[in-house]
Design a binder for this molecule. Structure first.
Ligand code: GDP
Length: 335
């Protein structure tokens, strides 16, 4: 697929909302091949950034009920006439906790819904690469006219930050906790959440879920007030993804928050800040990749790394040993 005409045709099909074309387009942006990369950039360029979907980031540890939630919540939205895309960001591997993120078999009703599109996570190990590809996949889903893009991730390492930086809303899914401990949820993740949904509020777990929810509501009130929130947000609610309870309320809260952010201009400010963030990340990652293509620099990098690990050099001195030859090459001086 190297001819401009093919890219133009693919762009047209994506814009027409053709799911097969969208799947092909995502495969193209996920490819690491140089010629594919050129085509991917041409495609993204042809599609532009006209349409905006509501991008919802969703995080939770394995077993908390993410796929059950996406299935129930997604079907509720398609039932309202909305088109829903589901993407996954999984930096560790395509497999997490025995289940594949975004796997269609975990959401088989939604997968068969003509108004839904589900894309499993690419098997990639490097977070930077995953982030860029996921971001581009989100843009493709927007171009294909989806109203809501759900971006799923497991609660590991930095993946929440990556997802939060490409989402308009960040939803944290939790399970009912025994006792009154806050399940070791890191403060940083709590601070990212716009909505905490305590799942499995049904049957024997209902009372426990209600208590857990109250604990989190209390913890959220203690956090610093954020400029991007109207009164009462971030919020904690109980839901049952399995019994399809509380999902209408959760959606209503998401809409309230979204409307407020749109009206106050915060929506646009956030999207612009995210675009700047990703631009900087791309330049940073790109520069490093570019430098590592040079065998001499790659060798110096390795030596410097060994020197730091063995304590022979300080991080500052080791970094200078890599950077100074490059400065010499560019003819600049250390400032
Ligand atoms: P994921 O790993 O986060 O995607 O979690 P799953 O959606 O695969 O759910 C893990 C387990 O929790 C499954 O056995 C689900 O049936 C169960 N589960 C999910 N949601 C609920 C719920 O609302 N109530 C109850 N009781 N079980 C649930």
């Amino acid at each position: 697929m190297n001819k401009t005409t093919d890219i133009a045709a693919l762009a047209k099909d994506v814009q027409a909302g053709n799911r097969r074309a969208l799947a092909r387009a995502i495969t193209l942006v996920e490819s690491g091949r140089k010629d594919h990369r050129e085509d991917a950039l041409a495609l993204l360029d042809a599609l532009g950034t006209k349409k905006q979907a509501l991008r919802i980031g969703l995080s939770g540890t394995p077993g908390v009920g993410k796929s059950t939630f996406i299935e129930s919540f997604g079907l509720m939205l398609t039932g309202m006439g909305k088109r829903v895309a589901v993407l996954a960001v999984d930096p560790s591997s395509a497999r997490s906790g025995g289940s594949i993120l975004g796997d269609k078999t975990r959401m088989d009703h939604l997968a068969r819904d003509p108004n839904a599109f589900i894309r499993p996570s690419p098997s990639q190990t490097q977070l930077g690469g995953v982030a860029r590809r996921s971001r581009e996949a989100v843009a493709l889903c927007e171009a294909a006219g989806f109203d809501v893009v759900l971006i799923e991730t497991v609660g590991v390492g930095q993946s929440e930050t990556v997802v939060a930086q490409m989402a308009d809303l960040f939803v944290l899914l939790l399970a009912p906790a025994g006792g009154d401990e806050l399940q070791g949820v890191k403060r940083g993740i709590m601070e990212m959440a716009d909505l905490i949904l305590v799942n499995k509020a049904d049957g024997d777990l209902k009372a426990q879920a209600t208590r857990t929810c109250a604990d989190y509501a209390g913890a959220l009130r203690l956090l610093r007030k954020r400029p991007q929130d109207p009164d009462g947000f971030p919020k904690a609610l109980t839901i049952s993804a399995l019994k399809v309870e509380g999902l209408q309320t959760a959606w209503a809260e998401m809409e309230t928050l979204t409307d407020w952010r749109r009206d106050s201009g915060i929506w646009n400010v956030t999207r612009k800040a995210q675009a700047s963030y990703w631009f900087e990340q791309d330049v940073r990652n790109g520069l490093l990749a570019l430098l590592m293509e040079d065998p001499q620099t790659a060798e110096r990098m390795k030596t410097a790394q060994d020197d730091v690990k063995s304590g022979r050099k300080s991080p500052t001195a080791a970094a200078a040993s890599v950077l100074q030859p490059l400065r010499d090459l560019l003819g600049t001086r250390v400032s």
